[in-house]
Every structure is written in structure tokens, then in C-alpha cells.
Design a protein around this ligand. Structure first.
Ligand SMILES: Nc1ncnc2c1ncn2[C@@H]1O[C@H](COP(=O)(O)OP(=O)(O)OP(=O)(O)O)[C@@H](O)[C@H]1O
Length: 737
């Protein structure tokens, strides 16, 4: 750690959003580069920085700043440069000169304490004096808050957000109840607030802390897919994590319930504790599904059988009985779920349903939870599918950091029918937003494969709807894709039924490479993807066409290690490939990368059409086109869409030569390679391997340990998710019928 003090000579770069700054500081005779989240520094300012020397391949030695504070400029020249820097609204170089000429070393004190006196300077009237004083005060407060927050490890970006919310009250709020931040400033979680509180000597048994802690633990359970937590489990977790006695926690659970910040209700013989929004969403979804399902459209389609026949003749296809029934249910009911594994004809049915509606002039919209899924459906059906977010006309509110949907109860989606595909990926919040925008009189047709992994977000929506037995469901069991020689579909169904797949048949598309105990799975995978597969199948590109899907993140065959080894072989360093280190990885020009969280705000521009828009979503895969070290940006192409990532946003990107099976939901790849070995029990499940295998279009290669594969296929335990939707649908139907 080194300390230096000096005057800021130059700001080379400043990201206004997050405060990332590159500056040159005059320290004795040397000009030193400093980099870090130090938004408040400005030319002419005297600063003390604490940090460490790092070496940058292009810019050489520089100090990575951990802590920075302003030292008041002490010389007249220093004060003048500081005032002239443009930091204070109303003062430019000429005015700065005049102020310093008039007040000398007292200039800053005058601005702060006696701004009326500024009118003594030529060109400054009372209004301008006031403006200068205000701007100066704001800068001072921001600086104070930032210095204060820095000492608690809060980044500048977050610090600015906190300051914007509370202004000059910031310090007071933090001192009186830092836990307010968890509710009022997005991006601040319980752990950050708790760190500030501990540092301030806050009472660890206080009501504010315990309440915030309870809500934090509930939000953690949501991050694990649950919609609620049974009360006893919640209390136990709180005691462990907050280190507070049982009775204090129970007391605060009651208080939160009284304030309607959490809800407690009996679900499945559990006392279920919900965060407010999740409770309201579950309630709404159950009620709306039943209400919509009460509508029926039998009279509109009284000659459906003939119409389906006509469709069959026109399209040269003979639909199976269960397919015809599914179509009939879909067009006649207010809500209908169509579920089936790969190749059971879901897409075929969707096409027929759309045609039947179109024939009578009824409008249909088609949507899916992710961009990639929507694109795939567009390709397979020939009808344009949107993402659900787009269908709901999402608008992003920067201050909320959450999407707002324009389509809702007041302004519903205008269509006679809405068809949603890949519905296993819909979580409870998205279902809530979707249903809000479905008007009575619009049919909702939900299509998906219930045996895929459930949604990343909270809930078990598709499974709960089906298991409620209260909503019309059409189950498709027969596989139609058998006609071609593909084993992928057949094996996917075998796996789903708990049987071992047919492996390694000549001229087929499903292989298993068994390793003996001495071979490294990682090494063999690298050889397979970079040499053996491209040699075996001529038309495939190892980067673009092959996707490694690993059950896990860690370990020899986990995504993290595989990405490092695959990158070194498929995209090794070269002079012309710029690089940027980030955490334990290096991003390199041409790398395959994936967006790992929804970012509704980031801008894109199509290099083909010039169209501009916002939003890159969790699971989107792209390629690094360039790394611009000067502007501190990584430019990524997602198909034809160009997106610029500031270096401060890199936590949203990951290398994607290997991705987890969880992240692959809803996507398809030409060739899928899956490492199979023993790992954490919760990842050794049938629906995980089933989801992985069903992502492949042309070839599946499993590699690893046969016993592990067998174990996964036999292990049909579906990790329990606490969700009350099934119960609620049943109860709501009972209550009103
Ligand atoms: N009744 C039928 N007779 C003959 N072929 C059919 C029939 N129904 C569907 N198919 C064919 O079976 C294949 C799989 O059908 P489809 O793509 O509709 O299934 P899917 O359930 O959407 O599959 P996936 O979920 O894997 O995309 C297609 O080639 C389709 O043309």
C-alpha cells in the first residue's frame, strides 16, 4: 500500500455513471497516473490517495486507488486552478481569476461561509453568487459523503446513488438507520447496510436491523427459487445469520406482518412467510388464471373437427388424436396448457392453432421468456415471436433499476389469443406481469415442457398450474421426430423416463466417451472440442457451433476451469488481440461471452439495419469484437447488435465457451458437449441432464463417468421449491364454485 499527496493535473477519463476515473497527479516532480472510483476529484484539487501500484500493458505503472480524500488547496495558484476547473457551476477560468484576485487565500471560505461577499467581484450578481454557493455546497457534501462511504468499502457508483437519494441528509440517515438503504436504494443489500452499521457501532439487536435481516433472508430464499419460506425455517436461518435470539426474531416477524411488509399464510400445512410483492403476485396469478379459465369459446369453434381436417389436407399432415385434442382445447378454453417433451409436436400444434385463428380473422400474438427462445420460435413457426418483456412493452426507469411494463390491466395486450412458448422458464413475477396484461376475452395458451429445469427466478409456475388440476391441460406423449434417424429426441425421452440412452451407434448423433480414472476430464474435453469433433463433423466451427454445457461451475469440469482452458486453445493470445483482465479471467478480442443478468438499460445498435434499442438479457451469447483500452470499453456483438460495455460493467459478462446447463434453458445449439462426473448432489439430477441433452439440434456428446450418468438419470428428486401457487389455484376455485 502506498500513500501520495499531490495536485490533480489532468483528468484523462471519467465515467459519469459510475465514477471510474483515470487522472494524472503531480507528486513532487513526478506525474503519476491514478485509477479508480474517485468521481469527486477534479483538476487543480489537492488530494491524498492510498492504493497500490499496478502495471497496465498499455499505460505502464499506475496507482489503483483504494482510498482518496481531498486536501484543501493551500496556495493561491492551487485555489485558482481548483475554481477554474469547471467543477463549480457559475465559475469559469476568468471568474476564478477575479475571485482569487479579490479574496486570495480566503476565497474558498468566502464561497462557503460568506457567499454574499462574492458580489464584490465584478460580473457576479446576487443570483450568481447564490448559484455558486449552492454548487460549492453540493460538491462539498458529495465529497464528504463519498469519503465517508469509501471507508465502508462502498463503491463510488453506489455512493453517488445514495447521495442522490438523501442529499445532505446522507450522513444523518446512515447514522440513524443504515438499514433504510436496503429498501430505499437499489443496489444496497443487507450485507452492505450491516457493514456500515457495524462500523458505526449500531445495536445488533435493534428492531431496524432484525427487520431488515428478516427481509434479507427472505430475499435470499427467493434467489434460490423459493417464493416463500416456512416460518420455522425462517426463524432458524435468522438466528444463525443475524446472531439474534429466537424471541426477538419472532417479535419482529409479527411486526413486519402487521405493517404488511411480509405476509404469513397457511400453505401446504406450513406457516408460509412471503415478501409482500411475491405474496401479491402469487395471489394474483392464481385468481387471474381461474378467472380467465372460466371463459369458454365453444360456440366459436363448433366445427373444429372439420377445420382441423381441412388444415391437415392443406398442409399434408395427419395429426394424432392427442394433437387434435390439444388444438381443440387451446382454441375453446380461456386458458390452456400444452406440455410435452422434445419432438412431441408442440410447434406443429402452435402453427395449426395460429392458422385456425387467422382464418376467422382473430388476432394472435406469440411470445417466449427469452430473446433466444423467441428467435427460435420465429424460425420454426414462421410467425414473429416477441420476448414477453417486449410484448408487455417494457420501459426502463433508470432510477428504479427495475422494468416497468406499459401493458397492464388498464392497457392490456390487444389480441384474441396469446401463445407463450418455453413456459417452463417463466417465474412468478413475470407470470404476474403477463397476466395483468391479459384481458378477459383473450385466450392464453401456455406451451412448455414441464420436465425441463424450472425457471431461474422464483416459483414453479408451469408445474404448479398443471398439478393444480384446475386448469385445462393437454399432455403430448407421442414422439413424432422418430422418422428421421436422430437419437437425440428418443434418448431425451428415455432419460426422462429414467432409462439409459442408446449410445455410440454408428452414423447416429448421440455419443458417450467414457474416461478411465486416470484421464483428466478437462484435458479430454479440450481435445474433443478443439480437435476430435471438428475432425469428425466437417461443417462445424468449434467456437460458434459447439457449446459445452456443464452441470457445475466449480471443479475440473466446471464452467470456470473449462472456460480458461478452452480460451487458451480456441482463442489464444496474439499481438492484435487486446485484452482486459477481470477477476480471475481475461477477456480477449474474439472471445465468446455471455450476458449473465438482465440489463434492460444497456444500449445496442444493429450493424445491419441501424436500428437502436435497449436491453441485453441473461443468457444472451455474443462475441467480443474489440477491446478499447483508451475508452475503457469492451464491444460485443450479439448477432447483428453491437453493445458497448464500460469496464465498470464487466461483472455482467462471462466467458461462454462453457456455460452451465441452468443458463442454457430456452437455447439450442448445433452440438452440445456435456461433461458428466460426480459433483454436488443437488446437481446430480435427471431434469438437469435432460435439459442439457434437449438443447442439441444435431449432435450430443457426453464425456466422463458412466456411473455418474446412471446416477443422474435415476435421480428423479426434483429440488423442492417453496411455492403456494398450486394450493392457491385449487383453493380459489373451491372458494368461488
Ligand atoms: N402428426 C404428425 N405426423 C408426422 N410428423 C409430425 C406430426 N407432428 C409433428 N411431426 C413432426 O415431428 C417433428 C417434431 O415436431 P415439433 O417440432 O412440432 O415438436 P416440438 O414438440 O415442438 O419439438 P421441440 O420441443 O423439440 O422443438 C417435426 O419434424 C414435425 O414435422
Amino acid at each position: 500500500m502506498i500513500d501520495i499527496e499531490g495536485v490533480v493535473e489532468n483528468i484523462v477519463f471519467k465515467n459519469e455513471e459510475n465514477g471510474y476515473t483515470v487522472a494524472k497527479i503531480r507528486h513532487n516532480k513526478d506525474l503519476v497516473s491514478v485509477v479508480g472510483h474517485i468521481p469527486f476529484i477534479n483538476i487543480g484539487q489537492r488530494v491524498k490517495v492510498q492504493g497500490e501500484w499496478v502495471f497496465h500493458p498499455n499505460f505502464g505503472q499506475q496507482i489503483k486507488v483504494h482510498y482518496c480524500e481531498e486536501v484543501k488547496p493551500s496556495t493561491i495558484e492551487g485555489i485558482e486552478r481548483y475554481l477554474a476547473s469547471g467543477l463549480i457551476k457559475g465559475i469559469g477560468p476568468a471568474t476564478a481569476k477575479k475571485i482569487v484576485e479579490r479574496f486570495g487565500k480566503d476565497s474558498l471560505d468566502i464561497i462557503e461561509m460568506n457567499p454574499d461577499k462574492l458580489t464584490e467581484v465584478e460580473g457576479i450578481g446576487p443570483k450568481k453568487a447564490e448559484k455558486i454557493a449552492e454548487s460549492f455546497k453540493e460538491q462539498r457534501q458529495l465529497k464528504e459523503v463519498m469519503v465517508f462511504l469509501q471507508s465502508y468499502g462502498i463503491t463510488a457508483g453506489l455512493g453517488i446513488k445514495i447521495f442522490k437519494r438523501y442529499g445532505e441528509e446522507t450522513n444523518a440517515v446512515l447514522k440513524s438507520n443504515p438499514y433504510r438503504l436496503c429498501d430505499e436504494v437499489s443496489g444496497v443489500g443487507f450485507k452492505t447496510a450491516d457493514r456500515i452499521a457495524v462500523n458505526l457501532g449500531y445495536d445488533m439487536m435493534s428492531e431496524e436491523r432484525v427487520k431488515a435481516g428478516i427481509k434479507y433472508i427472505l430475499s435470499q430464499c427467493i434467489a434460490n427459487g423459493h417464493v416463500y419460506l416456512p416460518k420455522e425455517e425462517l426463524v432458524k436461518e435468522c438466528v444463525k445469520i443475524l446472531n439474534v435470539p429466537d424471541e426477538i426474531i419472532r417479535e419482529q416477524i409479527i411486526m413486519l406482518n402487521l405493517n404488511k411488509e411480509i405476509y404469513i399464510e397457511n400453505v401446504d400445512n406450513d406457516e408460509a412467510v412471503y415478501l409482500r410483492y411475491y405474496y401479491l403476485s402469487e395471489l394474483y396469478v392464481a385468481r387471474k388464471l381461474i378467472e380467465l379459465s372460466f371463459q369458454n369459446y365453444n360456440q366459436d369453434f363448433d366445427e373444429i373437427e372439420e377445420e382441423i381436417k381441412e388444415y391437415e389436407n392443406e398442409n399434408g399432415i395427419e395429426l394424432a388424436k392427442e394433437q387434435r385434442e390439444a388444438i381443440e382445447k387451446a382454441v375453446k378454453n380461456g386458458v390452456c396448457v400444452i406440455t410435452g417433451g422434445p419432438g412431441t409436436g408442440k410447434t406443429t400444434i402452435i402453427k395449426c392453432i395460429i392458422k385456425l385463428f387467422e382464418k376467422r380473422g382473430l388476432s394472435v400474438v406469440l411470445a417466449a421468456p427469452t430473446g433466444r427462445a423467441a428467435k427460435r420460435i420465429t424460425e420454426t413457426t414462421g410467425y414473429e415471436a416477441k420476448t414477453i418483456h417486449r410484448l408487455l412493452e417494457m420501459e426502463y426507469m433508470p432510477e428504479n433499476e427495475i422494468p416497468i411494463f406499459t401493458k397492464d390491466e388498464e392497457s392490456p395486450i390487444e389480441a384474441h389469443a396469446i401463445i407463450i412458448d418455453e413456459a417452463s422458464m417463466i417465474d412468478i413475477l413475470l407470470m404476474n406481469s403477463l397476466l395483468k396484461a391479459v384481458a378477459k376475452g383473450t385466450r392464453l395458451i401456455i406451451v412448455g415442457d414441464v420436465d425441463q429445469l424450472p425457471s431461474v427466478g422464483a416459483g414453479n409456475v408451469l408445474r404448479d398450474i398443471i398439478e393444480s388440476g384446475s386448469i385445462c391441460v393437454a399432455k403430448l406423449n407421442k414422439i413424432f421426430r422418430q422418422q428421421d434417424k436422430s437419437l437425440i429426441t428418443i434418448n431425451a425421452h428415455k432419460i426422462n423416463n429414467g432409462e439409459m440412452p442408446i449410445l455410440n451407434e454408428k452414423d447416429k448423433d448421440f455419443f458417450f466417451i467414457e474416461l478411465d480414472g486416470t484421464q483428466s476430464l478437462n484435458d479430454e474435453l479440450v481435445k474433443l472440442v478443439s480437435e476430435r469433433l471438428p475432425g469428425f463433423k466437417k461443417d462445424i466451427d468449434p467456437v460458434k457451433d459447439i457449446q459445452i454445457l456443464s452441470p457445475m461451475r466449480k471443479g475440473d469440469a466446471g464452467v470456470n476451469n473449462l472456460n480458461i482452458s478452452m480460451q487458451s486453445v480456441l482463442n489464444p493470445p496474439a499481438k492484435f488481440k487486446t485484452e482486459k483482465s477481470f477477476r480471475e479471467f481475461v477477456f480477449r478480442r474474439f472471445d465468446k461471452v455471455m450476458q449473465i443478468k438482465n440489463n434492460y438499460n444497456i444500449e445496442w445498435e444493429s450493424v445491419v439495419t441501424g436500428e437502436k434499442g435497449r436491453g441485453v438479457f441473461n443468457g444472451d451469447i455474443g462475441y467480443i469484437e474489440d477491446i478499447d483500452l483508451e475508452n475503457q470499453q469492451i464491444i460485443v456483438m450479439f448477432d447483428d447488435r453491437k453493445v458497448e460495455y464500460d469496464f465498470s460493467n464487466l461483472e455482467e459478462l462471462e466467458l461462454a465457451y462453457a456455460i452451465t446447463i441452468h443458463k442454457s434453458q430456452g437455447s439450442e445449439f448445433k452440438v452440445v458437449v456435456i461433461p458428466v462426473c460426480f459433483g454436488p448432489p443437488m446437481l446430480m439430477t435427471r431434469n438437469l441432464i435432460y435439459t442439457g441433452v434437449t438443447r442439441a439440434k444435431e449432435l450430443v456428446v457426453l464425456i466422463g463417468n458412466r456411473a455418474a450418468l446412471k446416477y443422474m438419470i435415476k435421480n428423479n428428486t426434483i429440488t423442492k421449491r417453496y411455492s403456494g401457487l398450486r394450493c392457491r389455484i385449487i383453493n380459489y376455485l373451491k372458494a368461488i364454485s
